[in-house]
Design a protein around this ligand. Sequence first.
Ligand SMILES: [Zn+2]
Length: 60
Amino acid sequence: MEKLKLVCCKCGNLMETLPGSSQDVIIDEETGEMLYWSGQKCGYRTIDCIVCEKCQEKGC
Ligand SMILES: [Zn+2]
Protein backbone atom coordinates (compact mmCIF):
# COMPACT_ATOMS: atom_id res chain seq x y z
CA MET A 1 0.00 0.00 0.00
CA GLU A 2 1.36 3.38 -0.94
CA LYS A 3 1.91 5.83 1.87
CA LEU A 4 -0.20 8.92 1.89
CA LYS A 5 1.50 12.23 2.48
CA LEU A 6 -0.45 13.57 5.38
CA VAL A 7 0.14 17.20 6.19
CA CYS A 8 -1.72 19.02 8.90
CA CYS A 9 -3.48 21.97 7.30
CA LYS A 10 -3.32 23.91 10.56
CA CYS A 11 0.37 23.69 11.54
CA GLY A 12 1.95 22.03 8.49
CA ASN A 13 3.15 19.08 10.55
CA LEU A 14 3.87 15.98 8.46
CA MET A 15 2.05 12.98 9.87
CA GLU A 16 3.31 9.42 9.43
CA THR A 17 -0.14 8.00 9.90
CA LEU A 18 -3.66 9.21 10.23
CA PRO A 19 -4.50 10.42 13.72
CA GLY A 20 -6.25 7.66 15.64
CA SER A 21 -9.52 9.51 15.68
CA SER A 22 -9.40 10.03 11.92
CA GLN A 23 -9.80 6.32 11.25
CA ASP A 24 -13.47 7.21 11.28
CA VAL A 25 -14.24 7.92 7.62
CA ILE A 26 -17.45 8.77 5.84
CA ILE A 27 -18.30 9.50 2.22
CA ASP A 28 -19.81 12.87 1.42
CA GLU A 29 -23.03 12.05 -0.39
CA GLU A 30 -22.93 15.19 -2.53
CA THR A 31 -19.30 15.21 -3.65
CA GLY A 32 -18.37 11.54 -3.18
CA GLU A 33 -15.27 12.65 -1.28
CA MET A 34 -13.96 10.79 1.72
CA LEU A 35 -14.22 12.76 4.93
CA TYR A 36 -12.05 12.03 7.95
CA TRP A 37 -13.14 12.69 11.49
CA SER A 38 -10.90 15.33 13.04
CA GLY A 39 -12.30 15.69 16.51
CA GLN A 40 -15.39 17.36 17.89
CA LYS A 41 -14.11 20.87 17.22
CA CYS A 42 -13.06 20.27 13.62
CA GLY A 43 -15.66 17.76 12.50
CA TYR A 44 -15.27 15.81 9.26
CA ARG A 45 -12.62 17.07 6.85
CA THR A 46 -11.24 16.03 3.49
CA ILE A 47 -7.81 14.39 3.36
CA ASP A 48 -6.09 17.55 2.12
CA CYS A 49 -7.54 19.50 5.02
CA ILE A 50 -6.89 17.03 7.78
CA VAL A 51 -5.52 18.18 11.13
CA CYS A 52 -3.04 16.48 13.42
CA GLU A 53 -3.87 15.25 16.91
CA LYS A 54 -2.31 18.27 18.58
CA CYS A 55 -4.39 20.69 16.54
CA GLN A 56 -7.48 18.58 17.12
CA GLU A 57 -6.98 19.12 20.83
CA LYS A 58 -6.47 22.84 20.40
CA GLY A 59 -9.50 23.12 18.18
CA CYS A 60 -10.04 24.62 14.76
ZN1 LIG B 1 -1.38 20.41 13.36
